[in-house]
Design a protein. Structure first.
Length: 228
């Protein structure tokens, strides 16, 4: 599945070069799905290895980093000259740091990632184009993309817990909002195929952030009690 995702990422680069931007968005989304099921199946089968982990990160750098960056550069920033190049590169840098931190992290939480995963962030960033074309019949606004790059980049490097696909397992499904919410997004794809993914992933990211911020007083109290 890792090589399948890498192929889709490369295909998206070719589609961007040909000017087929919306098709490139879906290729990037497909690569993200490949990454999601790749990690879930590896954990379920107990076949996680250092080589697989490194290969997965390299594939993610292309699929969630380089491919989305080239897409938004071509659509939104190409006329900005050097500033446009820097805007696109900023996304690649955020993803690279996120992946480097992930591969060197010792966190073994079964249900949560630390920080928003880069495939989820890439889905929000790139699906904005599909959402805008379906909703407003244009490509959207560059300043919105800048805000998404900055906000999602910060959240990828943050301590915000974000649900793993383990939360979709039957034993965990109703214990976390991520399970029912994921099902709702897929159901909304039927009447709103071009809006559901952007809105659903954006709401998931905002929801995880709000839950983390709202739980800060409780976490601070626990730390204080532990110290005393």
């Amino acid at each position: 599945m890792t090589f399948g995702g890498l192929f889709l990422a490369f295909w998206s680069l070719a589609l961007v070069d040909q000017g087929h931007f919306q098709s490139a968005v879906w290729a990037i989304f497909g690569a993200g799905l490949m990454d999601t099921f790749d990690g879930a199946s590896a954990r379920a089968l107990g076949v996680i290895s250092p080589l697989g982990r490194q290969l997965d990160s390299l594939a993610d750098l292309v699929a969630a980093g380089v491919a989305p960056a080239l897409l938004v550069y071509r659509v939104y920033f190409q006329r900005w000259g050097a500033w446009g190049v820097l805007a696109g590169f900023a996304w690649v840098a955020f993803v690279a740091v996120r992946l480097a931190r992930f591969t060197t992290s010792s966190s073994g939480d079964r249900l949560f990632f630390v920080g928003v995963p880069c495939p989820i962030a890439a889905a929000v960033l790139t699906q904005y184009l599909v959402f805008s074309r379906a909703t407003w019949h244009n490509d959207g606004r560059p300043w919105v993309v800048i805000a998404l790059i900055a906000g999602l980049g910060g959240l990828m490097l943050s301590a915000v817990p974000f649900w793993k696909t383990t939360a979709l397992m039957p034993s965990e499904y109703f214990r976390h909002p991520f399970g029912p919410a994921t099902t709702l997004v897929f159901l909304l794809l039927i009447p709103f195929p071009d809006q559901a993914i952007f809105v659903g992933t954006l709401v998931a990211v905002i929801g995880a952030t709000v839950i983390h911020v709202a739980s800060f007083p409780a976490r601070r109290t626990l730390r204080t009690e532990h110290i005393t």
